[in-house]
Design a protein around this ligand. Structure first.
Ligand code: DC
Length: 217
């Protein structure tokens, strides 16, 4: 079974997906971390546009590891959430060659496993056939508040809010695989819900889908 959880930055996707994967015994794949890892790599290597990045992508070895990403033999964890990566990740994520490369890796990592993958285009582009699709969202203010309280960073609440709005705009207006709710995704607004309430809702959805497929309804 594939469960796709999409939504904008700081909507709670990763927390929900991680916890759910643990409860269900599924493999959790954080697709955003892959885009972050390539952004980190591109910034470090001075690959500032798609023409420079594309030939490197063909040689790049990237895989998910617990809590991070290994790229070209280097394990990345906290670096993935740095201010520089936050500021540049939407720029690199709009590149067609990068999206194609990561889509293939995402599909390969999900082979032979029950998977929960979170991102922006999992239900629309990576796994349009996913049995369960959830679209999580919350107001930009609530998302900024959460990110501000979660992270040990140098940014103020206002700066985080501005960055969230900026990324929402780039992610949802790009030409390829923009952030968009799949037609068959279930929308959950998490603004006023606790983590447990969100998890309960999704577990209810999963149980319904499992029952339906058992009785072919
Ligand atoms: O989920 P996140 O905030 O870690 O994602 C970081 C960025 O990666 C996000 O701003 C857009 C991009 N992204 C994407 O384009 N497609 C995905 N499936 C996941 C993330």
């Amino acid at each position: 079974m594939i469960i796709a959880i999409d939504g904008p930055a700081a909507s709670g996707k990763s927390t929900v997906a991680k916890e759910l994967a643990q409860r269900l015994g599924y493999l959790y794949i954080d697709s955003g971390a892959m885009f972050r890892a390539v952004t980190y790599y591109a910034l470090e290597q001075g690959l500032s546009n798609e023409a420079a990045l594309k030939p490197e992508l063909e040689k790049l070895h990237l895989k998910s590891i617990p809590g991070g990403i290994e790229i070209d033999g280097k394990k990345l964890y906290d670096e993935l959430r740095s201010k520089e990566v936050d500021l540049n990740v939407s720029y690199y994520s709009a590149m067609a060659s990068l999206r194609e490369c990561l889509k293939n890796i995402q599909r390969q990592e999900a082979l032979c496993h029950d998977v929960i993958m979170d991102g922006r285009d999992i239900g629309t582009a990576v796994f349009p056939q996913a049995e369960i699709k959830i679209f999580l969202s919350a107001s930009p203010e609530e998302r900024a508040r959460r990110r501000y309280s979660q992270r040990n960073n140098s940014l103020s609440y206002e700066e985080i809010l501005k960055d969230i709005k900026r990324r929402d705009k780039i992610d949802s207006t790009r030409d390829i695989a923009p952030l968009k709710q799949a037609k068959d995704a279930i929308y959950i607004d998490t603004s006023t819900l606790s983590l447990e309430e969100v998890l309960n809702k999704i577990e209810g959805i999963i149980n319904n889908v499992s029952l339906c497929s058992q009785y072919h309804c």
